[in-house]
Structures are given as C-alpha cells and as structure tokens.
Write a new protein. Structure first.
Length: 279
C-alpha cells in the first residue's frame, strides 16, 4: 500500500479502506495493511490492538479462526506471519487501537457509522475495552482463588469480601445496593474500564502479597485481602482519582457481548452481499 494513501484511509464516502480488500470466496483484509492504515509504522502479529481483538473474540465465544486466518507473506520486505482478517476483525482492532493516532480516531468514527443501525449498547472503544478487562478479571480471580485455597482459605466468600471492603470502604452487598446492581449479577459486569482496572490491580497484588509473604490461615489471608484493597484505595485518593464506589454504573457487559455477535453477523452479510453484487 502506498504511504500516500494512509492519511485518507477512512475519509469520505468511498474510503481507501473499502478499496483495499482482497477476496477468495470471501472478503478480507491483511492485518499488516490495516495497521498501516491506522497509522502504525511497524507491524507485528503480537501488536496490542490485534491481541486485544483476539481476546474479545475469545471472550464472546466468537470463532477466532474464522476472523483471523494466519498466513506467511512478505511484509515490509521480510517474510512474516500475517493475518487475513474479516471486516469484524478490522472493527475490533480499530476499536482497540491507540486513540491518540488521528487515523485511529477516524477509523473508529467510520466503524461507528457502519454499526449505527446494528448496535444499541456499544458507543465507544471503552465498551469494547470492558470486554477484554472483564475476561482478564475472571482469569485473575480464578488464580487468586486457587492461591488462597492453597494457603489455607476455608471460606473464600469472606476473604473476597474483605478485598471489596478495603477498596470500596464497604462490603460487596452494600456496594451492589448503592449502585443498583441486580441481585445474582456479578458487580464486575457493570464496571467501566477504570473500575475494572482498579480491581485487577487489587486482585493481582493480593495474590502477589500472599505468595511473597507466605501468608496462611483464614484470618491472616482475610487481613491481607483487606490491606491490599485499602492500599489501592489510598493510591487512588493520593492521585485525586474518583473513588470506585462513585464511578458510574455501566451497561450490563452481556448486552455488549450480544451486540458484538450481532455486529459480526451483519458485517458478514454485508460482505457476502458485496461479493454477489460484483458477480
């Protein structure tokens, strides 16, 4: 792709992005080309936007193999692993890319236009980011649970509650009432990126503290859980941040996931129709 094309890749009624696809029974783009269109000077198959897009697919049970097909090809004069990616994958990568880059901002606006008639709940890249962070928090919680039990936790619910009490200055039940989170629903499903990030830090640092200090027994582990939560809260306060209990409640993450699945199906139909029109 000519570098002169890059500044206008997502501008106008017929942007370069739409002209730069390939076809082989289906329409696809190359990940390396997309990253250049987004304003990235270097390409690697493990770039953060690509990996986050893959994680979104896995978190929503969308087949990654259908949206990211590996292929060895010449990229910037060197043979490298690239991906054949669908329109949906292009969308996810763009939504997870660096918003400080002008072309990323243009791409997000462009895709917002494409999804305007499809999505009811997704409004920005932060909604997509929530999906990846929610998945991360599930993995970290499983790891912490395993470690806590290994070091002597008998009642995990009490241990977990102390972490919340430290971070939020209140137990989980009271927090859910304060935020209006429905009974039986995980609080994490209604958190935004900032709040999820604070909890990921709390959970990972609790596990690290337990291992580092070899803390054991129900009482001592509950105390450690509280102390880490309290220290994270203190750090937020010292940075003049918003206390987590005061952060705005977000749309149920499961609605975001459903919208992503609808978007994938619609994009797939759009490109199938495009192929039929060309015949």
């Amino acid at each position: 792709m000519d570098n002169k094309m890059v500044p206008t890749c997502f501008d106008g009624d017929s942007p370069v992005f739409e002209e730069n696809y390939h076809k082989n029974g289906h329409i696809y783009w190359y990940a390396s080309d997309l990253m250049r269109m987004l304003g990235y000077e270097e390409y690697s198959p493990v770039m953060k936007p690509i990996q986050k897009a893959l994680q979104v697919c896995m978190s929503t049970n969308i087949d990654t193999m259908e949206n990211f097909i590996e292929e060895r090809r010449m990229v910037n004069g060197k043979e490298a692993k690239d991906f054949r990616i669908t329109r949906f994958a292009c969308y996810l990568i763009s939504m997870n890319a660096d918003t400080k880059k002008p072309n990323v901002a243009k791409a997000q606006i462009y895709f917002a236009g494409l999804t305007a008639q499809i999505q009811e709940f997704i409004h920005s890249h932060e909604d997509i980011e929530r999906v990846t962070l929610r998945s991360e928090i599930t993995d970290h919680e499983k790891s912490l649970s395993s470690t806590a039990k290994e070091f002597g936790i008998v009642n995990y619910a009490y241990f977990q509650s102390e972490g919340y009490r430290g971070l939020y200055n209140m137990p989980l039940g009271r927090l859910k009432m304060l935020k209006g989170i429905p009974k039986g629903k995980p609080a994490f499903d209604y958190m935004g990126p900032e709040e999820l990030g604070a909890n990921i830090f709390r959970i990972t640092q609790t596990e690290a503290k337990i291992k580092r200090e070899n803390i054991s027994g129900q009482y001592c582990l509950e105390k450690a859980s509280y102390v880490v939560g309290r220290n994270v809260r203190k750090a937020i306060s010292e940075m003049n941040g918003t206390m987590p209990e005061n952060l705005e409640v977000q749309e149920d993450i499961n609605k975001i996931k459903s919208e992503l699945k609808r978007t994938r199906k619609q994009f797939e139909k759009t490109d199938k129709d495009k192929l039929l029109e060309e015949k």
